[in-house]
Design a binder for this molecule. Sequence first.
Ligand code: GDP
Length: 362
Amino acid sequence: GIKCGIVGLPNVGKSTLFNALTKAGIAAANFPFCTIEPNVGIVPVPDPRLNALSDIVKPQKVIPTAVEFVDIAGLVAGAASGEGLGNKFLAHIREVDAITHVVRCFEHGDIVHVTGKVDPISDIETIDTELALADLDSVEKALQRAERSARTGDKDAKVRAEVLGRVRAGLDAGTPARALGLSDEDKAQVRDLFLLTLKPVMYVANVLEDGFENNPHLDAVRARAVGEGAEVVPVSAAIEEELSQLDDEDRDTFLQDLGLDEPGLNRVIRAAYKLLGLQTYFTAGVKEVRAWTVRAGSTAPQAAAVIHTDFEKGFIRAETIAFDDYIKYRGESGARDAGRLRLEGKEYRVQEGDVLHFRFNV
Ligand code: GDP
């Protein structure tokens, strides 16, 4: 599956956030190296459009789509050189498609910070350095191989060596591969290396209840993220964990007390979904209204395959209604009468929010 890894230094609130995301209640203890195996959580994606569709269709069931998070605990300085079980963690990061980097933006006397001082920028640099060192190692090896082949007259190897040389120079200068402006062709040359610094990143700034405003740590993270084109989602992991343990009614009361209309976690989930390059389409019938996930840019048959591989093989067409039309014309027959139901074929690229009905041969 397509997964988002949660990374960060020990004791910044990763497990707390992950628990809130999954409600799994995995122990979050106040010491480093608490959680060693990566934990995978399948997290429903909150989507108000499902309610709008359900109001019209009145289905028996409503099923949201989901996104996978992996809690990758234990990344510390020295990981790339094998310290602190480091290599294992780097291997786990290699397997994810995007990174949620949790940074601690709060001071708290009782909760130790691994370096003894709360400094989110220095924390970010520590992690980035480990990822860059690991990448540098992979790039060096690949570059040596490519240069060797290039010397024997291998043209492809020459192209590859050129790209690898650029990536190495960037990493040497402290620039992550994702910030090197690599073209799609360049990226194809290094795809097999699964570079850690090529993965898209967002920051979750873990703050205390009163830390959403006038928080210099949060401001520092925001300033840094602007330069990287990365998103910052401030949340209080501890509050989110509390919220996740309440039933709906108590949660609404608690949210009202906090002056919020939804849990902060929803913003984390949606930001991760976007970061992963995912989009949603819907199916709407009386049995169920359901959200499905595809990679942005997927064709109609690829979208059909998410439901069932037979749907892709036997694909004939997709009866398609844009989400806004579906709502405006109060459902499928209204949209059809208004001429807003389109018959789309194999080449059609599914748009965000499309309400689809697949026709296929069995
Ligand atoms: P990890 O090592 O990054 O997974 O960190 P944990 O999730 O285990 O959190 C470390 C400690 O900080 C735990 O004692 C948490 O209860 C505490 N903690 C995490 N987030 C918050 C927060 O937003 N507010 C407060 N007060 N404590 C937090």
